[in-house]
Design a protein around this ligand. Structure first.
Ligand SMILES: NC(=O)c1ccc[n+]([C@@H]2O[C@H](COP(=O)([O-])OP(=O)(O)OC[C@H]3O[C@@H](n4cnc5c(N)ncnc54)[C@H](OP(=O)(O)O)[C@@H]3O)[C@@H](O)[C@H]2O)c1
Length: 305
């Protein structure tokens, strides 16, 4: 099969290679999925799991990409819950070969059925961003209607899901990002927008929840905006500055079949809109990842046309 592999950590996306690889074999509780579309997170090549296995051993050349939509072609020993020919979407294990390939073998529990009226490109754009937003806002952030949310990177992959889900839950959302992202953030449901390059973040006043997808100085300054009893939810590593009299949590998203089904149902009934940025083919993906052109939204590779 065709797959994109990486073996040189220092080279970043410039070190990606499109190669021929043997088709994967299903392990216990796995399914093999023929991938139609793959989602890619630009920071993946900085994640330790791209380079080593759970025991810290080199696992290169590894296949990046951890979101997918496709069709089940085989079941491993003991696998239940999915069947051959079923349309699925989900999140692939961080420590196993990923989705920038024609086939993947992965645990069935990390997948959910993809309804027939949802396009594979849309399906591949949702899993990590949708689950991260849902888990961060409601499980970890315990968001309630009427609260205010500072949604960083509101035109980006995760931030656009945060903005939409929080707005729909009855929160007052203040989006942030680049100047060019203002209208997109407002369209996703933000009531206000802060251009982080030109506006003063501190002018937003106090908020109940900060959803941080940026970190660094922005994360530290945001912690100081949280009112007593509020929460800082970070998806970009350990929190360095805690809110005064508030909570802080950093977490890594986990796959969840019921939540994936909830997310795709919201897309079907129009409550959630996919935020797809650059779409390329597997053949063109490396050039697309190395382009200097900015596409706000989720990067999707259409593996089968
Ligand atoms: N812990 C987890 O489970 C988890 C899950 C998903 C993602 N993540 C992490 O979350 C981060 C965001 O992921 P994503 O997929 O949403 O990325 P993305 O689509 O690139 O979204 C990030 C958005 O924030 C904007 N932004 C970043 N820094 C900014 C700054 N200093 N000023 C203004 N705007 C800024 C980006 O604009 P530009 O493109 O112009 O910079 C982009 O619009 C990544 O670091 C990713 O690894 C973590």
């Amino acid at each position: 099969m065709k797959a994109i592999v990486v073996s040189d950590q220092a080279a970043g996306t410039a070190g990606m290679k499109l190669v021929e690889r043997p088709e994967p074999q299903a392990a216990i509780n796995d399914v093999i999925v023929q991938i139609h579309a793959s989602g890619f997170v630009p920071t993946e090549l900085t994640w330790p799991s791209t380079w080593t296995d759970r025991l810290g051993r080199d696992r290169t050349p590894s296949i990046p990409g951890h979101e997918l939509a496709g069709v089940v072609t085989a079941l491993g020993y003991g696998t239940t819950g999915l069947s051959v020919g079923q349309r699925v979407f989900g999140v692939a294990d961080w420590y196993r070969d990923g989705t920038l390939a024609e086939y993947i073998t992965m645990e069935a529990r990390n997948l959910a059925p993809l309804p027939g009226d949802v396009d594979f490109t849309v399906g591949a754009s949702l899993p990590i961003s949708g689950l991260t937003a849902l888990q961060g806002l409601f499980q970890h952030g315990r968001l309630q209607a009427g609260q205010s949310v500072l949604a960083h990177g509101a035109a980006g992959a995760v931030g656009s899901m945060v903005t939409q889900l929080a707005s729909e839950a009855g929160a007052y959302v203040i989006g942030t990002g680049r100047a060019a992202d203002r209208q997109k953030a407002l369209d996703f449901g933000a009531k206000e927008f802060v251009d982080l390059d030109n506006d003063s973040l501190e002018d937003v006043g106090r908020v109940d929840l900060v959803f941080d997808v940026i970190g660094g100085g922005i994360g530290k300054r945001s912690a100081r905006l949280i009112r007593a009893g509020g929460t800082l939810v970070s998806i970009v590593g350990s929190v360095e500055v805690w809110p005064v009299n508030g909570l802080a949590i950093d977490f890594v998203v986990e796959s969840d079949r019921a939540q994936l089904s909830e997310i795709v149902q919201r897309v079907r009934d129009g409550r959630l809109t996919a935020n797809i940025g650059n779409v390329s083919t597997l053949n063109d993906a490396i050039a697309a990842f190395n382009s200097t052109h900015r596409h706000a939204g989720k990067t999707v590779v259409r593996v089968r046309q």
